[in-house]
Write a protein that binds this ligand. Structure first.
Ligand SMILES: Nc1nc2c(ncn2[C@@H]2O[C@H](COP(=O)(O)OP(=O)(O)OP(=O)(O)O)[C@@H](O)[C@H]2O)c(=O)[nH]1
Ligand SMILES: [Mg+2]
Length: 265
């Protein structure tokens, strides 16, 4: 029996306002758990999960998903980063994520795998029962979209895959008009799913949708014998018309200046 089993890395960031269910979404997918008790996230919580992206048992294709469950996009520290060292750190991390820049190895105190790879996909989360959560995530969507458009010709970073996710569908209260959702989906060319982490409905599909698209993009841009470093350093990003690792490092200081200019909150 011939099985084609590959392992590649797909980095995904989960973004959304507080209480929208980001942590529950990640927990359901990675650990098949659901927590009723709310515990605010105040850092970037990285998860890893080895995922088979095919339905076909005879022809498995694996990727290692690195999923980052983030502090909320409306965290008070992000509105006032000057108030403490902790606030500054959070704000810097947020900038790196929105700008899709890797943390400089010189500056990084810990050796975290997730910080050394570009973000391949953003999961934009809002709570179907809470209109403000949609308005807040829309601002982030707009920001990342504008940045990617601005950088398209500069060969600096790639276009990440994006999915919009409406949570808590089990509550059956739609506070966000469906025309509004449709409009945002179309405008920014987003995939969309409604999920319930509580009922474990459509959660897996969110992550499989993005993993499949990222893996497809990667395989069309790479030689089978290339090693993983080549794969991430040049294959995927060159296929998207972007520079490799060294090129990105050279641009880091310049990027930092740009980031300071275009913060969103
Ligand atoms: N009914 C229902 N409640 C949910 C669902 N997902 C999450 N919740 C509840 O919503 C609350 C917030 O969930 P979290 O996952 O902690 O939210 P978060 O977006 O990570 O919040 P922050 O860490 O503050 O950004 C918790 O009380 C969960 O039990 C769901 O699918 N259905
Ligand atoms: Mg959380």
């Amino acid at each position: 029996m011939s099985k084609r089993e590959k392992e590649h890395l797909v980095r995904v960031c989960v973004l959304g306002s507080t209480f929208t269910g980001k942590s529950c979404l990640c927990n359901r997918f990675v650990c098949n758990n659901f927590e009723w008790v709310y515990e605010p996230t105040t850092e970037v919580r990285p998860y890893r999960k080895l995922v088979n992206i095919t339905e076909d048992e005879e022809n498995k294709q694996y990727c290692m998903m690195l999923i980052e469950d983030l502090f909320p996009i409306n965290h008070p520290y992000l509105q006032n980063p000057e108030q403490s060292e902790e606030a500054k750190n959070m704000s810097n991390q947020y900038d790196l994520i929105l700008e899709n820049r890797r943390e400089s190895k010189k500056k990084s105190s810990e050796k975290a795998l997730y910080k050394e790879h570009p973000i391949h996909a953003y999961v934009y989360v809002f709570d179907l029962t809470e209109k403000t959560s949609f308005d807040e995530v829309e601002r982030v969507i707009e920001y990342i979209h504008t940045r990617e458009e601005k950088e398209a010709g500069k060969k600096k970073s790639g276009i990440a895959v994006k999915i919009l996710v409406g949570t808590k569908k089990d509550l059956q209260r739609n506070a966000v008009p469906s025309q509004k959702i449709e409009q945002v989906k179309k405008k920014y060319n987003l995939m969309y799913r409604k999920v319930s982490a509580l009922e474990n409905s459509d959660v897996k599909d969110v992550f499989l949708d993005v993993a499949r698209i990222v893996m497809d993009s990667m395989s069309s841009g790479m030689n089978e014998d290339e090693d993983e470093d080549m794969f991430f350093g040049t294959g995927f990003w060159n296929w998207l018309g972007c520079g490799g690792r060294d090129e990105k490092n050279k641009d880091e200081d310049e990027d930092e200046e740009e980031t300071k200019k275009c913060r969103i909150f």
